[in-house]
Design a protein around this ligand. Sequence first.
Ligand code: ADP
Length: 657
Amino acid sequence: MKIPFVHAAPHHLRWPLRFLLPAVLVLLFVAVLIWLPWQAREMESNERQEQLIADTLWVEQAVRFELSRSEDALASLGNELAAQPPADKLQARFAQLLNNGHELRAVRWLDAQAGTLAERGADVAAGALSATSRNAWELARDTRKARYSDAYAAASGRASLVDYHLPLYRNGRFAGTLTATYDLKLLLDETVPWWFAQDNAISLVDRDDRNLATRAAAGPGRGVYTHKRALDLPGATMFLATDSVKGPPRLLPNLLVGSVIALALGLLASLAALWRHIARRLAAEGALRQQMAFRTAMENSLVTGLRARDLEGRVTYVNPAFCQIVGLPPEELVGKAPPMAYWAPEAMADYQQRFASVLAGNVTPQFETIFQRSDGVRVPVLIFEAPLVDSEGRQTGWMGSILDISDRKNAEELARQQQEKLHASARLATMGEISSMLAHELNQPLAAISSYTTGALNMLGRSSDTGAALDPAVLKPALEQASVQARRAGQIIRSVHEFVKKREPERQPVDIAALVEGIRTLIELQANKHFVAIQTAIPADLPAVSADRMMLEQVLLNLTRNAIEAMQDIVPERRVLRIVAAHEAGQVMVSVIDQGHGIAPEVAERLFSPFFSTKAEGMGMGLSICRTAIEFHGGTLTHADNPGGGTIFRFSLPSQA
Ligand code: ADP
C-alpha cells in the first residue's frame, strides 16, 4: 500500500504565509473596530454641532425679525410725529407699541436737544439718556440714520438695555428722536423658542464677551457645542452665543457601537476558538504523519511478510517482505481475490478449503503451507492469522504474518540426514566391537567343527589303513555336532549382516518376543564373555508395535550391552540381565534391568548427551541414538535406579492393539 506523504519542506515554507494573511486581516479588523466607534462618535458630534449652528441661525433670524417688526412700527409712529404730533393720542400709541412688543421697556419722544417730550414705560432714568445711549443719539442725529446704542445696565441694575434712536425731521430739519428701549433678556425670552432654550443656553454678549442677557431653561451650557454669531444691528455690536446643554456623545450607550463591539468580540472569540482548533488539528496531523512514517519504516524493515485481507478475502495490504517472499509487486497483489497468483497448483485444494473456512469466519491461527514464487520456486511458509478489528471493535478482515521457513526446513533436512549418517556410523562402530567379539566367538564353533571333522577324518583314515569296514553310525554324531556348530556360526554372521545393512527406516508390526529372540545370539555373545545370565519375561499376549525392526534391535542391543558392561566388575552371582516387557494403557513397555554399578547423579545429568561416556573405549553415542530412535517412533526412553541395585532402562512405544 502506498501511503501518500506530504513533503515536509514545502509544508514548512508555507507556514509563515499561511498565518500572515489571517494575522493581517485580524489586525485590520481590530483597527476598523477601534476606528468605527470613534468615527460614529465624531459623526454624531459633527451632526450636533451643525444642528446647533442651524438653530442658532434660526434664532438670529427670529431676533432680527422681531426687531425689524418693532423698527417698522416705530418708523410709522415717527412719521406721524414728524408731521403733526398727535398730542392727545400719543400715550395710547405708546401703550399699543409696548403691548405689541414685550421686549420693549419704554418708548420716548425726545426733542432736538434730547429733552423728553413724551414717554411711557418702566425703568426710564428720569428722562435723561445714559451716556452710552446719548452717544448713539448724537450719532443718529449727525448721521441722520436710525441706530442702536451699545448695551447699558438698567437703573435697577438687573437688566441690560439697548436704546433705538429714530431721528425725526420736520421740514428737513432735525426735530428730535423717537427712542425705544429694549430689554435684552425680554428680547431673548420673546424670540427664542422654548424647545431651543430647553437644549441650549443662549446669551447675548458684547464685543468684550461680557454677558448681557441669557436664556437657559435647562441650566448652563456644557461648553462642548458652542456657536457665536454677530447680531447685525446698525450702530451696536452684539453677539448671539449658544452653548448646548448636551455633553459629548457617550460611547457605550450607543446602540450601533454596542452591537458592533459585541459582534466583534463574538467574532474574535470564535476566531480564537477556530485558531485553537486548527492548531490542535495541525498538531494531531503532525503526530499522525510521524506515526505513519514510523509505521512504514517499521513495516519496510520487517522480514516477516504482512498481508491484510477484507472479509471477502480480497487482499487490502501487503508489505515489502511479503512481496519479496512471493516475488510479486504490490500492484499485482492488492485488490486481488483468490485464487492468488502465489498459490501452488499442487496445494490448490488445500488453499481452497482453508479459504472457505476463512470466509465462514473460522481461521486457523497458525499453519504451514507452501507458496509458489513468481519464478516457480516453492517457498515453505508458516502463517499466523488474526482478526483485523477497526476502532469501533468491528471486524473488517484478517491480518496474516507470513514467515519464510525455507532456511528452517533446509536445516531440518540437514539435521535429518546427519542423524541418519550418525545412525549408520554408530551401527558401524557397534559392528566394529561386535566383529572383534564375533571373531572370538566364531572361534569356538569353528574350532569345534574343525575338531569334529578332524576326528571323523581320522576314523576314516584308520579304517582304510586297517581295511576294516567303517560303521557309519560311528561318524554320525561327530558330523551332526559339526553341522550344529556351523549353523550357529551362520546365524551369528546373518544377524550381524542384517544389522549393518544400511536401510531407510520402514515401519512394520514388530513382535517384541520375536525381536528379542532374533538378537538373542548376539546378546549372548557379549553376555557369555562376561558370564552374565540372561532372563526374559515377555507375556505371550503382548501386542505388537509399529516400528522399524532394525532400529528397535539396535536399541535393545545397546541397552543390553550397557547393562552387561555395568555388571562386569560385580560378583559373578549377581550378574543377571533381565529383559521384561509389559502392556499398559495402550503402551508396550520394555525394561532392560541390570544389577550393575548404577548411575551416579552427575552421570545421570549427561546420560543422553552425544559423546558422553565414562568408559575408556566408549563412544558415548549409544543412549543418544536410542533416545532418538524411540522418540522417532513416538515413544519415550527413561531410566531409573533398580531397587535391588543397578539400573533399569525402559522404553515405551504405542501398541498396535
Ligand atoms: P558408551 O556405552 O559408549 O559409553 P552410551 O551412550 O551407551 O555410550 O552410554 C553413556 C554412559 O552411560 C556410559 O558411559 C555409562 O557411564 C552410562 N550407562 C549407560 N548404561 C548404563 C547402565 N546400564 N548402568 C550404568 N551406567 C550406564
